[in-house]
Design a protein around this ligand. Sequence first.
Ligand code: G3I
Length: 461
Amino acid sequence: MTAVSALTAATVALVGLAAPAHAADPVLRDLAATKGVYYGTAVTSSKLSGTYGAITGAQFDSITPANEMKWGTVEPNRGSFSWAGADRVVNFAEANGQQVRGHTLVWHSQMPNWLANGSFSNTELRTIMNDHVTTEVTRYKGRIDHWDVVNEPLNEDGTMRTSKFYTQLGESYIADAFRAARAADPAAKLYINDYNTDGTGPKSNGMYSLVQRLKAQGVPIDGVGFQGHLILGQVPATLQANLQRFADLGVEVAITELDIRMTLPATAAKLAQQKTEFKAVTNACLAVARCEGVTVWGFTDSDSWIPDVFPGEGAATPYDAGFQPKPAYYGIAEALGWTGDGGGGDPGDPVPTTGCAVTYAVQSQWNTGFTAAVTVRNTGNSPVNGWTLRWTWPSGQSVTQAWNATVSQSGAQATAVNVAHNAAIAPGGSAGFGFNGAWSGGNTAPGAFTLNGAACTLALS
Ligand code: G3I
């Protein structure tokens, strides 16, 4: 394929893949616009095509590069810049009529090695920092709506984090970074951003005092970002009041990195609670006049940092790994004024049920081998998002090769795990896979199957 035809194909794919996933589903960016806020998502630039790109473009009116604008990415070697990922994000946003949150200019983490491990005089470090801010902000001048100028400057007790910048330059590094950013792009809104500052408490109080000090010094700070990396069942009750007290200082506020993680597996009850909590966080922003918008930190469970950092936890975003909207998505839509029905978890909605039926068929058999087809049907009323089917061989068979599932065997127990394209099984829907097996002596069909640990009914054919 030539570059031009590849580009055309990609464009056609984007247009052709209508997102949202269901025709009647609401469009978050349109709903948000009626409320005077934006709804955004963090993105991974290399994924911005196909279904991922289509949903990003259709549903959100602001995007944040999750990693592509960080110092370690854009300046891996001193004075040598690499803008490809960041450019992709900004170009995508412009093609889709979206704002961009630039993330992030000065942060203790994801620094390039030359910076993190280098020794610099205080003067030299200040120049390096100011030059970095100036270079990056200038490159995207007029194309970035909000910059996270300084990220995560605080300790949990509200004192200043002893980053390289703070240790060598003192608190004035923050004022300098904001001034350099303002000079480079006077139109961009300049934010300070942190986590665990969502509700009132020592860290939030530390941020409050810091913003007061910066304002008192005339530092050009426009907004405070509250990351919103939350845990199911622990959304701070003081979120709205906390946003309001910052707004009352004369700054904008925004939820910048919202996700609500849970202990896996995700059950229907947990997903219903998560819906309530995404709705509550969105409502908290809407209730504060100076809250400009909400950004989710990845819109799909297939693009979330949580499982990497918190083993055993996940399902933290509004779409599942197969790009199906979860109850949380409908919770956001409801907060934004949508009155349709979807997602479950509302009073009066049917109680979620799970269930499965398996059909196992030997399609052909020869002296030592056989080919079998397995179909798994979701007989519950809630979607299955990723599945593991297990069975035990009654007469010493083994799986030698499989398709449309990854099958492994330990002793007599066989385990089949979905592949990407059949991970999601809607209520009433089914997924199928096949395999070749070896047998000797007998080839009796398995007598029982479990799906994600729960027994299925069995229909032999
Ligand atoms: O790209 C490499 C890949 O080539 C390599 O094989 C793989 C092996 O570890 O790593 C990949 O890089 C990872 C990168 O994400 C891209 O996926 C890094 O290891 C990993 O550390 C990095 O994590 C990012 C994290 O910031 C770093 O602290 C997450 O994606 C990103 O979502 C997360 O975002 C932060 C915000 O910037 C600030 N607030 C908290 C938030 C969550 O930690």
